[in-house]
Write a protein that binds this ligand. Structure first.
Ligand code: G16
Length: 549
């Protein structure tokens, strides 16, 4: 069987590549201005179908989203059969195919790819796709559908949905009717599975205070509404920033990325949040979660991905011990260079901790090496993975006391509550609420697990971010040559100083992170390093941002 060249050619001509642009499958797929992505979407439809054929007709996911990015951006990423991110080698193929400049070139490159990747075209192609609420979404989905149709894929439209639900659907579809069945392969199945586990875990826990949820004016608002219908007798979710119609509102002065970067309350929450009350922010596709509260002096206190990891890991370790399984199941943590020095110190005194490059795909793979792998990026993106062996132990373990039996049940329910395919803001939110309810913690007790080092994140707009290359889990620059030495020289001048520079994989910027013993010093270090980055790339001195000291 061969490729339907004519159909691809005819449809491809309706989706020409903008001549001057180069696309790259980055940290989380292709991501750039939505109005430039038409050709990419068409090609991704075909690539997704080929990925499915390569994997014997397993269902592949396609999510159209730019997550935390501003509204004019959009993007697309592929989801592999177990709900995990696309295998790394295919990112390169996707980039090559997306950059073919004419339909003829694309068709030729496809034929060559099918040959070299040994794809059996007689296999079926199955794809499920969804999108977030961005206005550019429907047109991009239409281009994707053109690609899927041209290659004859069996496609299922999951509609407007969160990224984690799309990942769930992929895994649930592929495991349906097997011993690894993950749940009903519908959104309802997702909500039912998670809310049922939540209710079991908080059974008997009365008086959980209401939780304010900043939905970033994105698709998470729907998910909050759906969960509310199912769990409001146990936990009242109070949605704010659930405006899905005002142009430009998505992620604007709200959402998880705003909170993490600005380290302050979204202005829209000021009138809503009371002293001591906890609240949280989702991002535009509901895969990140940041918690926070106002302390007794009404100061903003942030509980980020590192704090979530510490809270959750300690809880699981305690349950494992109470279940009598501490000799059989161990818990490990995965972080990135953005993890606060305070959290790394606290966690590594208690558990094995590994540092990997930014991007959930890197964390996910590293976490798979633990019996229970807790991975969170500081930006609130993460989940917990239970290995197959751990699930087997949990299923076979015979508790010898009622207390052991209770702890075992709790762990089993956690495996159902947690969306193990990818970071999921809603599943993580319910997980945090379970732990807080069990520990009788307010934000204050949770926050006091360890003290964060003051830190600062800065974005630098440069002419070409691709000249920045890193090593050692992005903690050291190898290119441009000599820049790392200059950064080291600066860092040495600050007490508890640490800084690193890396190119973003989702925005056209270079990111600078710095921390130090005192906030003003962390800010100063970040801006000094940003100044070095700016100068290094030949930035115009007249345009140099004033704050880059
Ligand atoms: C994506 C990735 C995250 C990553 C973030 C920022 O998040 O899934 O793992 O931390 O981008 O990446 P970068 O610093 O390379 O821009 P999201 O929520 O935007 O999909």
């Amino acid at each position: 069987m061969s490729l339907p060249i004519q159909a691809i050619q005819a449809a491809g001509d309706r989706h020409p590549k903008p001549a001057h642009l180069r696309f790259q499958y980055g940290t989380a797929g292709f991501r750039t201005l939505g109005n430039t992505l038409d050709s990419v979407m068409f090609k991704v439809g075909i690539i997704a179908a080929l990925r499915s054929k390569k994997l014997d007709g397993k269902t592949i996911g396609v999510m159209v989203t730019a997550s935390h990015n501003p509204e004019p951006d959009n993007g697309v990423k592929l989801v592999d059969p177990r709900g995990e991110m696309l295998e790394a080698s295919w990112e390169g193929y996707a980039t090559t195919l997306a950059n073919t400049s004419t339909t003829e070139e694309f068709v030729e490159a496809l034929a060559e790819f099918v040959r070299s990747a040994k794809i059996d075209l007689s296999k079926p192609a199955r794809v499920v796709y969804g999108r977030d609420t961005r206005p550019s979404g429907p047109a991009l989905v239409a281009a994707l559908e053109d690609g899927l149709h041209a290659i004859g894929a069996e496609a299922r439209d999951a509609g407007v949905t969160t990224t984690p639900i799309l990942h769930y659907l992929v895994r649930a579809t592929n495991t349906k009717g097997t011993k690894d069945a993950y749940g009903e392969d519908t959104s309802e199945g997702y909500y039912d599975k998670i809310s049922a586990a939540f209710k079991k875990l908080v059974a008997g826990k009365a008086g959980i205070p209401p939780l304010v949820v900043d939905c970033a004016n994105g698709v998470g608002a729907y998910a909050v509404e759906e969960f509310s219908k199912l769990i409001s007798d146990k936990l009242q979710l109070v949605p704010v920033n659930a405006d899905l119609t005002t142009p430009g509102a998505l992620n604007n002065a709200c959402g998880a990325d705003f909170v993490k970067t600005m380290q302050r309350l979204p202005p829209s929450l000021s009138p809503v949040l009371k002293t001591g009350q906890r609240a949280c922010s989702l991002d535009g596709d509901a895969d990140r979660l940041m918690y926070y509260y106002l302390d007794d002096r009404d100061q903003f206190r942030m509980l980020d991905g590192d704090k979530i990891a510490a809270l959750v890991a300690a809880f699981i370790v305690e349950l494992v011990k109470n279940a009598g399984l501490e000799d059989e199941i161990s818990v490990g943590i995965v972080q990135t260079a953005y993890a606060n020095g305070g959290s790394t110190k606290y966690l590594s005194q208690r558990l094995p901790v590994k540092c990997v490059s930014t991007g959930v795909k890197h964390l996910h793979h590293a976490a798979e090496h633990y019996d229970v792998g807790v991975y969170f990026e500081a930006n609130g993106h993460g989940t917990v993975l239970f290995s197959a062996e751990t699930n087997k132990i949990l299923a076979e373990h015979q508790p010898s006391t009622p207390a052991q039996s209770t702890a075992l049940n709790h762990i089993v329910n956690l495996t159902q509550l947690i969306n193990q395919t990818v970071g999921d803001a809603l599943s993580d939110l319910l997980l945090v609420e379970v732990v807080l309810a069990h520990k009788s913690y307010s934000g204050v007790e949770w926050d006091s697990l360890y003290v964060d080092l003051p830190n600062r994140l800065v974005k630098v707009v440069v002419a070409d971010r691709h000249i920045f290359k890193t090593e050692d889990a992005e903690r050291r620059l190898v290119s441009p040559a000599g820049l790392q030495e200059k950064i080291n020289e600066l860092v040495r001048r600050y007490e508890a100083g640490r800084a690193f520079v890396r190119p973003s994989g989702t925005e056209d910027v270079v990111r600078v992170y710095a921390e130090a013993m005192v906030k003003s010093q962390a800010d100063e270090l970040a801006f000094r390093v940003a100044g070095l980055v700016y100068d290094e790339t030949g930035g115009d001195p007249a345009q140099r941002p004033a704050e880059f000291l």
